[in-house]
Design a protein around this ligand. Structure first.
Ligand SMILES: [Zn+2]
Length: 307
């Protein structure tokens, strides 16, 4: 069985306005890189069940979100979260890509999957759009795995350079999930210190200073691996942001493209014995187009190799 890429044309129509770093070219750059490969299967998102949406976000927020897309032009949901008329399909497709990824694995259509989606999700809280994000896509995946497939230990590893405050907010009171994040600190969005342990000691947050290089990052990442081995997850989710790359314009980590292969490899080597290789990955940030495409390709290399 192969690795799947879950993708939709809607992601290229989610217009965030000229000069916005979270732009359509992000998914186009990765798609161009991955399209050249012959070792992948491509599939499209499914619809997110309403009960999963309302398990993940407040009912009022979902109602407001559905009504917030403009008829024309742009609308700001917060200072930097921008939507346009065609964003609605992209937002719900991004969440729905995780549903297809999970169903495809459970139905043995493919071995694992990378959701090549935008907008990203890890800053969207239960009741708030934030930081380019409207729905916690990883939160949707977590709730779907637990609700539909009765998983008991779902681990989410978020290696985006920013703390996933939204993922944390959605997962912190979920006894069946473990949320782990490495991120630049102090930095946007604030929070994500060692004190943020979740309501059931079900979160590990590792803040690292600006300038963190590969060696320093992997020293810290050993703690992620130790925690995963102790937890023994039955399903793994990556919140896969590639903005810890040294070329990224929005942050100050010093990782190189190959490091994303290594992050992925080490995580899968540690967890495959528990998950039987069941893993989905969801695109979060990454704003230098070349670095993003290269890094995502390295991530997919490891998803294939260590599946
Ligand atoms: Zn980020």
């Amino acid at each position: 069985m192969k690795t799947a890429i879950i993708n939709s044309d809607s992601y290229e129509k989610h217009n965030t306005g000229d000069g916005h770093p979270e732009q359509p070219k992000r998914v186009i750059a990765i798609k161009e890189k991955l399209s050249k490969r012959k070792d992948l299967v491509w599939d499209k998102p499914s619809k997110v069940p309403e009960d999963i949406l309302s398990m993940t976000h407040s009912k009022n927020y979902i109602k407001d979100l559905k009504n917030s897309f403009p008829q024309k032009g742009l609308k700001f949901l917060d200072g930097d979260t921008v939507v346009s008329p065609e964003s609605k399909k992209a937002v719900f497709d991004a969440a729905g890509s995780t549903i297809k990824a999970i169903d495809g694995i459970e139905n043995k259509q493919f071995h694992n999957a990378f959701c090549l989606a935008r907008p990203p999700g890890h800053h969207a809280e239960k009741s708030k759009a934030m930081g380019f994000c409207c729905i916690s896509n990883a939160g949707i995946a977590t709730n779907y795995l637990i609700s539909k497939y009765k998983y008991k230990k779902v681990a989410c590893v978020d290696f985006d350079v920013h703390w996933g405050n939204g993922n944390y907010d959605v997962m912190r009171d979920n006894k069946n999930s473990l949320y782990i994040s490495t991120h630049q600190y102090p930095f946007f969005p604030g929070g994500g210190t060692e004190k943020d342990k979740g309501d059931f000691n079900n979160s590990l947050n590792i803040p690292l200073p600006a300038g963190t290089n590969s060696e320093q990052y992997f020293n810290a990442f050993d703690r992620v691996l130790e925690r995963l081995i102790k937890y023994k997850p039955d399903f793994l989710i990556f919140s896969a942001g590639f903005d810890a790359h040294k070329d990224d314009p929005l942050a100050q980590f010093q990782l190189c493209s190959k490091d994303f292969y290594e992050i992925t490899k080490r995580t899968l080597v540690a967890t495959n014995q528990f998950t039987n290789g069941k893993v989905i990955s969801i695109l979060e940030g990454g704003y230098d187009l070349n670095a993003l495409a290269e890094s995502a390709n390295e991530h997919v290399n490891a998803l294939i190799e260590f599946s």
